[in-house]
Design a protein around this ligand. Structure first.
Ligand code: MGD
Ligand code: MGD
Ligand code: SF4
Ligand code: MO
Length: 763
């Protein structure tokens, strides 16, 4: 199809690494960068990542150190790969679309699609057409506006946002959606940290983390639960190294012994390059899938019993008294925790848990960090609530070195929520938005990601607009989701690079190419910057430095402003033109609508920006009762029928979400293949399978539909007993649409019941 071939599927396996980062990491990043673009562009991009006057790394949401404390190279291997992937010199042109039918593109792999390069001009697929063809911006936006105006109800349109989107564009998009008349703003967060939002919102009153980078450095004890920082938040390892240097300890809780959790070599420090590096985890808990709720219930029981044995020495009674409610009911419930339940749910020994307990007793400050291993489980919300109970018991909220730390994924996913991208924004936000722009936003909740798919599947939504993501590959139940999108009258993707979502089209489909984070953004009033908020609520500016990938690109702000003007006309009196001309005018309005953004333009002008304060750290809990809430959580564990495993669908070291950069997962020792399933050797023996067998993964769910992912190589691997691991998005086909976390509706991507069948003959 093109000169870029899929790498051959030629699996080789080496022992999993016991350390992360160091010289090989830097070399790998440079190799990828130089494969994409010139030495000059590589140097320019790398020198500007995460510097006060440069652009924010488009990788994860881990914060940068304060400006004075940054290294010249304040980025990690993966950050460098993400930026090189965007700064690539390869281009997808109109000729490319003429040469490849949409059906042909649909057969290309996720890897191949991404490797084609940056999108360069707007394209349209007309009804019945087999190919995309060029279309002017005016006509494209007119076509979309016309479809939106034709809908019987604004709730028949969906606006999907991924956390790559900057604050200014996110604010405009939600303003436009609400002025148009809908709260249908599904986002990637619905599939990511949604359980954190609900778990923290209910107990602490705010769905965000409460700690800063300094808290991480100064903490006595940090838990890293269900998270693989070596790959997904690499610079978190530098922070944990600092914790250790200051005398703190780390407990890692994972179903896999992830390299970065074990040992870390700092690439920016001579010692890291040559020495043995720092051992990160003081204790590793090789937990069973979904066992985290039971683990924290056991730790809470131990704390209550220790307090009984030595009253007044274990719990922070005065904090519990002044800052919380529900302690007595919680304690009564917690005392019923049974050790045999805990042992079967966690697969840990009582001695291991008691060892953790002793560390907790010895720590004056404790932080719990977590990511997808918790949030994408059916009982993700109760697990997070139980973690809050654990921290409240010893007053580990709101003081130095202590607190909750949900480690976010996309670089601005937290900011997008702050800007109002959520289908359930509180009424106070909607009122403030309505007051500022003189209209009445709809108050009924919109659709999240899973419910958006249901609406398209059932013919209740007809126009899908995706901004900065890859909806078709990020969502569960791929076959259902693809059909849902094909049911639409119009599908629109505002993107930088080609992906599978461009190949799964409604009757009409539009590709609207846009500037990336590294591209210079010049508007009528001059050069623009935009802003982002990281996982620790730090808001700062990001300025692209490279010549845009094509002269035909518009910024996201420009696309949304023009679309709003075309769709809404004079219906609302909003100065969209001004917004496009000068992004500072958007920030002026954000300052008046979003709490904590007062004087936004001036504060973001300082190097490093500013930090949004979390009220919890001032002893203010925005819960209905004004206090932190202890909760009672029923014991739950994941069970698979005999002969089945609990599959988690996770990231390899060489991918950014739905986009593989290469076929390797270096730290886990997997090379040249992605269709692999990692299984514990004891489970393999019991299932009568051997290392390297070729199997189909077959999902088990109670709707009678067979979900099959064919042709996976078995790799014997130290997964915790009963659990298996495979890469996303190849395995999304196995996640049933209705298999969601309680309360948060987040797909259970880490708890999929499967059986392994000998691979069917390919036909
Ligand atoms: N390089 C790179 N960086 C990324 C991304 C990327 O794709 N590539 N994606 C970004 C995004 S959007 C996100 S949300 C984050 C995701 O960051 P992570 O949450 O670290 O990502 P996953 O690969 O999904 O890994 C989940 C981890 O949880 C563990 N786990 C699975 N089930 C359980 C369980 O039941 N209990 C426990 N205790 N552990 C479990 C897995 O073994 C694995 O270590 O990364 C961000 N950063
Ligand atoms: N099975 C399974 N499914 C999952 C997960 C899992 O662990 N397992 N994880 C879930 C999680 S945590 C998340 S966050 C989602 C991620 O879901 P998404 O955020 O939707 O997916 P991405 O792969 O990050 O999107 C990549 C595309 O974004 C576009 N893009 C990149 N940069 C820009 C930009 O600056 N502007 C614009 N307009 N476009 C840009 C490019 O075209 C690129 O192809 O997936 C979820 N799905
Ligand atoms: S840790 Fe995350 S934000 Fe920092 S450089 Fe790496 S990918 Fe980018
Ligand atoms: Mo995410």
């Amino acid at each position: 199809m093109s000169s870029i071939e899929d790498p051959s599927d030629d699996l080789s396996v080496t022992p999993p690494k016991t350390w992360a980062t160091g010289v090989p990491a830097v070399t790998h990043a440079l190799e990828y960068a130089l494969g994409q673009t010139s030495v000059r562009r590589t140097a320019l991009t790398l020198l500007n990542i995460n510097q006060a006057k440069g652009f924010d790394c488009p990788g994860c949401a881990w914060p940068e150190p304060a400006p004075g404390k940054r290294h010249m190279n304040e980025y990690c291997e993966n950050g460098a790969k993400h930026i090189a992937d965007e700064a690539t010199s390869r281009r997808v042109t109109a000729d490319f679309f003429r040469d490849h039918s949409i059906a042909e593109l649909g057969r290309g792999s996720d890897y191949w699609l991404n490797q084609q390069g940056r999108l360069t001009e707007p394209m349209v697929k007309r009804p019945g057409a087999s190919h995309y063809e060029p279309i002017g911006w005016d006509e494209a936006l007119g076509l979309l506006a016309e479809e939106l105006r034709r809908l019987e109800s604004p709730d028949e349109a969906l606006f999907y946002v991924s956390g790559r989107l900057n604050n200014e564009a996110a604010f405009l998009l939600q303003l436009f959606a609400r002025a148009y008349g809908t709260n249908n703003l599904p986002d990637c967060s619905n599939m990511c940290h949604e359980s954190s939002g609900f778990g923290l919102g209910e107990t602490l009153g705010i769905g965000k983390g409460s700690v800063s980078l300094d808290d991480i450095h100064d903490s006595d004890l940090i838990f890293v639960v269900g998270q693989n920082p070596g790959t997904n938040h690499p610079r978190m390892l530098s922070a944990l190294e600092e914790t250790k240097r200051n005398g703190g300890q780390v407990v890692a809780v994972n179903t896999l012994p992830e390299a970065g959790l074990m040992r870390f070599k700092h690439p920016q420090r001579a010692r890291g390059v040559i020495g043995k590096g720092t051992a990160i985890a003081d204790q590793f808990l090789h937990i069973r899938a979904g066992g985290d709720l039971a683990l924290f219930q056991a730790l809470n029981l131990l704390l209550l019993e220790a307090e009984d044995a030595a009253p007044g020495t274990v719990l922070d009674r005065s904090f519990i008294e002044s800052d919380t409610t529900g302690f007595e009911e919680f304690a009564e419930h917690a005392r019923k925790t049974r050790w045999d339940d805990v042992i079967s749910a966690t697969g840990l020994t009582r001695a291991e848990i008691e060892e953790v307990h002793r560390r907790v007793l010895g720590a004056r400050s404790v932080i719990v960090c977590w990511a997808m291993g918790l949030t994408q489980q059916k009982h993700g919300v109760p697990s997070i609530r139980e973690i809050v109970n654990f921290l409240l018991l010893r007053g580990n909220i709101g003081r130095s070195g202590a607190g909750v730390c949900p480690v976010r994924g996309h670089s601005n996913v937290q900011g997008d929520r702050t800007m109002g991208v959520w289908e359930q924004m509180p009424q106070a936000f909607l009122d403030a938005l309505g007051r500022e722009f003189d209209f009445t936003p709809p108050s009924h909740h919109g659709l999240d990601a899973v419910n958006s798919i249901r609406a398209m599947r059932d013919g209740k939504a007809h126009v899908f607009v995706g901004v900065a993501g890859n909806f078709v590959r990020a969502t569960p139940d791929s076959a259902v989701t693809e059909q849902a999108l094909r049911n639409c009258r119009l599908t629109v993707q505002i993107s930088t690079k080609l992906n599978r979502s461009h190949t799964v089209c409604g009757d009409t489909a539009l590709i609207l190419p846009t500037l990336g984070r590294s591209d210079r953004d010049i508007q009528e009033s001059g050069e623009q910057f935009h802003t982002v908020e990281d996982s620790m609520s730090e808001v700062h500016a990001s300025r692209g430095r490279l010549a845009p990938a094509s002269p035909h690109l518009l910024s996201e702000v420009a696309i949304i402003s023009r679309l709003a003007r075309r769709t809404l006309g004079d219906a609302v009196d909003i100065s969209w033109e001004l917004f496009e001309r000068d992004y500072g005018t958007i920030r002026d309005r954000i300052a008046r609508v979003v709490p904590g953004f007062e004087d936004f333009n001036a504060r973001v002008d300082r190097p490093g920006g500013f930090t949004l304060s979390n009220p919890v750290n001032r002893g203010v809990y925005p819960t209905p009762g004004g206090k932190a809430v202890f909760t009672r959580n029923e014991f739950t564990m994941l069970r698979a029928p005999k002969g089945h495993l609990i599959l988690q669908t996770l990231r390899s070291h060489d991918q950014w979400n739905t986009v593989p950069y290469a076929m390797n997962d270096r730290y886990r020792g997997i090379h040249n293949a992605r269709r692999v399933v990692l299984v514990n050797p004891d489970d393999l023996a019991e299932l009568g399978l051997a290392d390297r067998d070729l199997v189909d993964l077959v999902g088990v769910w109670d709707d009678g539909v067979e979900r099959r992912a064919p042709g996976f190589r078995v790799v014997a691997y130290p997964t915790s007993p009963g659990s298996a691991a495979s890469y996303y998005p190849e395995t999304n086909v196995l996640v049933p649409l209705d298999s969601v976390a309680d309360i948060s509706n987040c797909p259970t991507s880490k708890g999929v019941v499967v059986r392994l069948e000998p691979a069917r003959e390919s036909d």
